[in-house]
Write a protein that binds this ligand. Sequence first.
Ligand code: NDP
Ligand SMILES: O=C1O[C@H](COP(=O)(O)O)[C@@H](O)[C@H](O)[C@H]1O
Length: 454
Amino acid sequence: MKKLIFTIFGSTGDLTSRKLLPALSKLYKDNKIPKETKIICLGRKDLNTKSYLTYMNDESSAPLDLKTLEQIVEYHKIQITDKNDYNELKKIISKETDNQTKQLYYLAIGPELFFDVAQNINHSGLIEKANENQLIIFEKPFGHDLKSAKKINQMLWEFFDEKQIYRIDHYLGKEMIQNIMMVRFANRIFEEVWYNRTIKNVKIIVKETDGIFNRGGYYDQSGALKDMVQSHLIQMLSMVSMEVPLSYHSEDVKNEKVKAIENVSFDSNSFIFGQYEGYLNEDKVNKDSKTETFVFIKAFVNTPRFKGVPFYLMTGKKLDQKESVIIVEFEETSEQRKWNLPLSTNKLYIKIAPDDGVGLKFNSKVPGLTGDVQEVELEYCAACNAVGNLSEAYEKLLLEATESHKTLFTRWDEIELSWKLIEHIKEKQTDPIIYNDYKALQVLIKEKMDVKMP
Ligand SMILES: NC(=O)C1=CN([C@@H]2O[C@H](COP(=O)(O)OP(=O)(O)OC[C@H]3O[C@@H](n4cnc5c(N)ncnc54)[C@H](OP(=O)(O)O)[C@@H]3O)[C@@H](O)[C@H]2O)C=CC1
Ligand SMILES: O=C1O[C@H](COP(=O)(O)O)[C@@H](O)[C@H](O)[C@H]1O
């Protein structure tokens, strides 16, 4: 690839300021994308390139690398839902393009706009079907329910080849999510015990301290189930529970993930939905909204390997800390049971954020003249061992897309099945309880399900 044109629809939004622009400027600075890169940012706001970058810098939670971005960004005001504006866009892009140019079209917009924008891109000839130099990337959530997701996907297959379609789940770009397969399949000590006879339960946890910022318009229609469970949590669950793939090629891995998702069921008595106190005062949130900002679910993966093992899924906003982690808890040994001592169970921690790493808790003798036993932890810090900083998920994903690698992107059947699961949960959804303290939720989970969530 000699030249790259990266076009962003929804370029004035939160995702672009906090994730896409920082990732693109870093990739450019590190010479990971061509010297001849142009980022075409499209929006409705009346801005020029200079005022756009100033605006985005103000909006971003951390300062942008303006020096780099000034070299590659071009802002254009267009109405992305108006097909007539695409003639102008085509002229802008054609000016920069030859047959060596890779063109990526990134839809950093809500799914309600996917249809119009994809159709306009197709009808204006910006992307020709089967041209593998022209790719289209969709942010999550892909649709807002099963029906809309199917409709979008059907339309995409009319306009584009599957090879041109990239559906993002940014958790797949995270270092430790990619490490799940390594930990499972490249270590005899884990591979041997990855079964229901040795695994007691699995906890998949994504806690956030932040609220919804100014995303009320989107979030209030979505809630934690559609915003987080449908994508990130189900992806994590499938990677922990899938069978050994035939090979580590994208399609083989996805085939196994799909089989795992197909076998998921829920204990509907376990469901807990919460809404943080003050949510109703957030901008663009309905004053009587019942949208959940917290969810706890007990799930099962009904495969011979995992039948009977509870998978506790939990995610929420305004909780005690920012933490994404998978905890695999193992059964007691038969000796432990015999001794009837209060010994801990072994626990494997796959730490996704804020620290990237792996931890293993096990029992060990207290050193010295005592026979006591204590729980100790072995820790591996991936970030500490990386050369330079670990790359952020979006850096990895954008780079993969520029190189036409699809392993870290989701396939349609994964998304379709995940939406089916969300529909099952939604059928049993109850009004959320109001919380202002994570401890109260912990107590509730303990009382209701007899499980201690960290
Ligand atoms: N923010 C995040 O951390 C994450 C976001 N996502 C996903 O990315 C997508 C974008 O999210 P985010 O950036 O947070 O959303 P924002 O609400 O911050 O931004 C939405 C963008 O879409 C544009 N837009 C909205 N409606 C229209 C319209 N009718 N016509 C033209 N442009 C429109 C807005 O333009 P204008 O400024 O003119 O209103 C803005 O640029 C969503 O699907 C979200 O789920 C996924 C993962 C994380
Ligand atoms: O997709 C989303 O993810 C973020 C959490 O991602 P993380 O990388 O910070 O763990 C979440 O805040 C947001 O609501 C959701 O849309």
